[in-house]
Ligand binder design. Structure first.
Ligand code: GLY
Length: 390
């Protein structure tokens, strides 16, 4: 079987990421290897959008080892990435008498992986989690590195709740990640493109982790990736995970003020402010609103590149290259009906990455290179937001 293994080393534990076609069917033995014992009891948190066949593959694999298996299905929406969903998962785990050495398996996209990961981090002060990402975005980003969280609804000034993304969470490294590319054959083109936004982001910072080739290679591999060529997908996912593993290994808890893991947030401070705006649509068709995370990241990368160029941090060719690559796969770099600029700046100031009321932005400084800038001139931030208005 054509598969790749990427090792992730962190102070909180080392683990393997298995990437290949059909690898979900051997998840039970891989989990037993990672645990050091055969699991007697497994709690699966399954994304409602994942095909029944994937759920069956995971259940059958554990059942063949003699484990009892419980499945809890959750909806993959930002609204459902909530304290209420977390509580329901924890209560179901308690009801099934889940023990501290029993693994949780997260089967789904990033929303489900983050929520199940946080449940595993909290339940009885922490149980093992195996991440089985089923979207490209979750494979190349969310499933690796141990960030887990749910959103928090906070009453705004007008009393209406504002959703603060990933505001309550914990670092909880998985014991194993199983990325089965068979899951990508049923993924919509729109969801697939969203994963490519994170791959393009990785290419824009890869030289900071010693990989000068990731950006150019990704640009050359995009057509084959979009055609879902299996060998290209395995290579794309493995290379992106290796890049993330290097960055996470150096700064696991994102404490390096000079950059470190924070570099992975390139474009995300803009994206997190744009993503909750419910009327935005990537292609002008209102039926496609709201934006998906990867689409907001694409707009955020465009805004960050513009901001960096305007501030003289990089040559304009970095911005034009980023815009061209994003547009070449159909990701948005401009959007109609964006809210008033001041509101977006306010939302950016609420982002988790704000420290002591100081905005910190990751901006490109060259091909494959980026830095964290504290307190960037707000006028430049405003211009960057205006640059992505269609
Ligand atoms: N997705 C950014 C990180 O894992 O740090």
């Amino acid at each position: 079987m054509n598969q790749r293994i990427v090792n992730v080393g962190t102070p909180d534990g080392d683990y393997r990421v298995v990437v290949g076609a059909g690898v979900l069917s051997s998840i039970a033995t891989a989990t037993a290897d990672a645990l050091g014992h055969e699991p007697a009891h497994v709690f699966i948190v399954a994304d409602a959008g994942v095909p029944e066949s994937a759920r069956a593959a995971v259940i059958d694999s554990f059942a063949a080892l003699g484990a009892s298996v419980h499945v809890h299905v959750v909806r993959p929406s930002e609204r459902d990435k909530s304290i209420e969903t977390l509580e329901a998962i924890l209560a179901a785990m308690a009801r099934t008498r889940h023990e501290r050495s029993d693994p949780v398996v997260a089967l789904g996209g990033g929303i489900v992986g983050d929520t199940a990961g946080f449940a595993a981090a909290c339940y009885r002060r922490g149980v093992p989690i195996v991440q089985c990402p089923t979207t490209l975005l979750a494979m190349v980003d969310a499933s690796v590195g141990g960030k887990t969280a749910v959103n928090l609804a906070v009453p705004g000034a007008d009393g209406a709740p504002e959703l603060r993304k990933n505001f309550v969470g914990a670092f909880h490294q998985p014991i194993l990640v199983v990325a089965d590319i068979a899951m990508l054959s049923t993924l919509s083109d729109r969801h697939f493109r969203c994963g490519l936004a994170e791959c393009i982001k990785h290419g824009m910072i890869a030289s900071e982790a010693g990989d000068d080739q990731l950006g150019p290679w990704t640009a050359s591999a995009l057509d084959a990736a979009i055609a879902r060529d299996a060998a290209t997908l395995i290579e794309l996912i493995a290379r992106n995970i290796a890049l993330k593993a290097t960055i996470v290994g150096r700064d696991t808890r994102e404490t390096d003020p000079a950059g470190g893991r924070m570099l992975l947030n390139l474009g995300h401070t803009f994206a997190h402010a744009i993503e909750p705006i419910h009327h935005l649509t990537p292609d002008g068709d209102a039926a496609h609103a709201p934006l998906h995370h990867g689409e907001a990241v694409s707009l955020g990368l465009a805004a960050a590149a513009h901001c960096a160029t305007a501030l003289g941090h990089c040559d304009s060719s970095v911005e034009s290259q980023a815009l061209e690559t994003l547009a070449s796969v159909g990701l948005p770099t401009r959007i109609r009906n964006l809210s008033e600029t001041g509101r977006i700046v306010d939302a950016m100031l609420h982002d988790k990455k704000v420290s002591g009321n100081t905005l910190r932005l990751v901006l490109p400084i060259g091909p494959g290179r980026a830095r964290v800038f504290s307190d960037p001139p707000i006028e430049a931030v405003r211009h960057a937001i205006d640059s992505i208005r269609a």
